[in-house]
Design a protein around this ligand. Structure first.
Ligand code: FES
Length: 142
């Protein structure tokens, strides 16, 4: 699916100026089929589960976990988006708090790349099945 030859590089791999930390935005409003009055919402529970999973890691985090209000993927929530400087960005859906560790591991794989392109077979199942969209990095100014 992903073709590295089609990448629109904005920062070259190995460029020391590339921010190694990536951002995982997590929609805390997602209901994932739950009643509107559900509290905390499934999206908020996923966000909390990710924070707790990250606290159990030994290494300094390379993934910023940031709450978002809505990622316009409400029909396939819970939703999250991965982005990082010079990298392709991804939107994922159909996530659950039970997948927090897998999601965090996948975000770590993404952070370890310079361009955001983790080989398809190495991606967690939730990334392969739950990908909604990918967005190329912005082009570098001429
Ligand atoms: S409410 Fe979560 S994507 Fe819209």
């Amino acid at each position: 699916m992903d073709d590295p030859t089609q990448a629109a590089p904005s920062q070259r791999p190995g460029d020391a100026s590339v921010d190694p930390t990536v951002t995982l935005h997590v929609c805390v409003n997602c209901l994932a089929g739950a009643d509107r009055d559900t509290s905390p919402r499934p999206g908020a529970r996923l966000h909390q589960a990710l924070l707790e999973a990250q606290q159990q890691q030994d290494q300094p985090p390379r993934v910023r976990i940031v709450a978002a209000e809505c990622l316009s993927n409400c029909n396939r929530g819970c939703s999250a988006a991965l982005s990082g400087a010079g990298r392709w960005s991804y939107v994922y859906g159909d996530l659950t708090e039970a997948a927090a560790a897998e999601l965090l591991a996948g975000a770590g794989q993404y952070a370890a790349t310079d361009d955001g392109l983790v080989p398809w077979r190495e991606r967690p199942t939730i990334f392969r099945k739950g990908v909604i969209a990918r967005i190329p990095p912005p082009p570098q100014p001429a």
